[in-house]
Design a protein around this ligand. Structure first.
Ligand code: C2E
Ligand code: MG
Ligand code: MG
Ligand code: MG
Length: 283
């Protein structure tokens, strides 16, 4: 029977699958080497307050600097890292590096700067997550109140109670939590009410469609309204135009992040920007 199954499977093992499987394996090996050889870097994208025009935070965004293919986007390798479990050591590196950089900026006088770090659902659900966060905070000496962990609604899909409990444990450390890409995943307003979170992030596609029509405007307005009703801060992501900015300002969005103000930057570029106190384009 095993033989038959084998033969059946073989039939379905098309050229395309062959290609994608070997591509995945190559990526996985590459990621493993990247960790060993320090090929990962973090870029940081400024988050600007609409009230003060100041940079109030930065989001750490992972970059893989490969010898063969140059910079590889996280959208390409995060899924493979998640499937292979490599997201755990990679995510640990991200957390530690971001906290160390945050500490360096704070020591350099930017003592109110928040650092946002993306957590993959795989990472969030991992049993050692809380220990990893504690360890990153301890080794870096970074003030937990300025670390904002970005999670997605999906983490509450299988076990909402456990997810809420874990969020609370993180909050008890002093860490902040935001919901990334709010409204694109498993959203239950019932749970949202109970999430011990600080911030909602409006996803890029919603922002990019704002000028497209009444429905998209209504959607963004509603997210801002829901966030504020629950006492949360609201960050809009992917702002590229002044029209979008005007709309968000008019509807009292708290913070914006996007290419209009700045693309993700290197550590040196961020340092120059915050030290110069160049007045933000947005104010
Ligand atoms: P995200 O967390 O929603 O991050 C925002 C993405 O939108 C970033 O893409 C950012 O560069 C991009 N972006 C921001 N403003 C604009 C804009 O005005 N226009 C356009 N076209 N794009 C803009 P990026 O850096 O490619 O990251 C993609 C996704 O990969 C992130 O989405 C996040 O989910 C994931 N990711 C990035 N770094 C990490 C990480 O360290 N750990 C984990 N687990 N995931 C990460
Ligand atoms: Mg994010
Ligand atoms: Mg994200
Ligand atoms: Mg997002």
């Amino acid at each position: 029977r095993a033989k038959e199954e084998g033969r059946d499977n073989y039939k379905f093992f098309t050229m395309d699958m062959n290609k994608s499987i070997s591509r995945k394996m190559a990526l996985e090996n590459g990621l493993r080497k990247a960790l060993k050889n320090n090929e990962f870097v973090l870029n940081y994208q400024p988050q600007v307050s609409l009230q003060t025009g100041e940079i109030v935070g930065v989001e750490a965004l992972l970059r893989w600097n490969t010898m063969e293919a140059g910079m590889v986007s996280p959208n390409q390798f995060i899924p493979v890292a998640e499937e292979s479990g490599l997201i755990i050591p990679i995510g640990e590196w991200v957390l530690k590096s971001a906290c160390m950089q945050g500490k360096a900026w704070h020591d350099n006088g930017q003592s109110a700067l928040k650092i946002a770090v993306n957590l993959s659902p795989v990472q969030f659900l991992h049993e050692n997550l809380v220990e990893m966060v504690i360890k990153a905070l301890k080794t870096s000496g970074f003030n937990p109140n300025y670390l904002e962990l970005e999670i997605t609604e999906g983490v509450a899909f299988t076990d909402a109670e456990a997810a809420i409990k874990k969020m609370q444990t993180l909050r008890d450390l002093g860490v902040r939590i935001s919901i990334d890409d709010f409204g694109t995943g498993y959203s239950s307003l019932m749970y949202l009410k109970r999430f011990p979170i600080n911030t909602l992030k409006i996803p890029k596609p919603f922002i990019q469609d704002i000028m497209g029509g009444q429905k998209d405007k209504a959607l963004v307005e509603t997210i801002i309204y829901i966030g504020h009703s629950l006492g949360l801060s609201v960050i809009a992501e992917g702002i590229e135009s002044n029209d979008q900015l005007l709309f968000l300002r008019e509807h009292h969005c708290d913070v914006v992040q996007g290419d209009l103000y700045s693309k993700p930057l290197t550590v040196m570029q961020v340092s120059a920007l915050i030290e110069n106190k160049t007045p933000a384009k947005i104010s």
